[in-house]
Design a protein. Structure first.
Length: 216
């Protein structure tokens, strides 16, 4: 059984949000794959306080065996839940939009919780970063209304680039697939065609998971 965690990072209805529709297509297709156990971590449904001073206060208190206040306890509980979701998964699917050239703030908070020395990476004795989640695989599902795949615009795109840098470069997950739907707002005459092709690509990603070998 392959355990798949889908990190859903768009709270728009699927009739409006393309990455929301990509999530729905993935989940529906996954129902037809017998060896998948799929769970969702919806960053908009979870209680995820923003990463800030409460986190550092909590770290200090925990190190000294002191009691946490309500805000500190809440952020520690949220962090623990996010990390446990990653720990339990063989494959992590990130479904998210490009908003204002980057990822939604709630998804950033999820990364803030899981981007941590001792959990997703460490430093060796020479100060080199060592990835700690190399036993996991990742899939990227992204939608962006503009076109960011040209040499002129690629440098402006800070959503997929960020996620892949963190997940693959720091965490060490093997990125086994990605589907990017782009240009549907820039080219409205082709919008339906662009989106449908993307949704079919999402279904193909799910189909490949049926034959995926995961680390025991």
């Amino acid at each position: 059984m392959t355990k798949v965690l889908v990190v859903k990072a768009n709270n728009r209805p699927s009739t409006e949000g393309v990455s929301s529709k990509m999530y729905e297509v993935f989940m529906e297709a996954a129902k037809n794959v017998a060896n998948l156990e799929v769970t969702t971590y919806d960053v908009y449904e979870e209680n995820t306080p923003y990463f800030g001073q409460e986190v550092f206060n909590a770290y200090g208190k925990l190190a000294q065996g002191q009691e946490l206040n309500e805000a500190e306890a809440a952020v520690m509980a949220a962090q623990t839940k996010a990390r446990q979701a990653i720990t339990d998964a063989d494959v992590v699917v990130y479904a998210f939009p490009l908003w204002n050239l980057t990822i939604p703030a709630k998804l950033q908070t999820f990364f803030d919780y899981t981007y941590a020395a001792g959990f997703s990476f460490k430093y060796d004795t020479n100060g080199n970063l060592v990835s700690l989640l190399t036993d996991k695989k990742a899939i990227v599902l992204n939608a962006r209304g503009g076109i960011y795949s040209t040499p002129e615009t690629a440098g402006m795109e800070m959503a997929v680039n960020y996620v892949k840098t963190v997940v693959g470069g720091v965490f060490g997950m093997e990125i086994i697939d990605e589907v990017i739907i782009e240009g549907h707002n820039a080219m409205p005459a082709k919008a339906d065609e662009i989106k449908e092709a993307g949704y079919e690509a999402v279904k193909a990603v799910v189909a490949k998971l049926a034959n995926l070998t995961v680390n025991a």
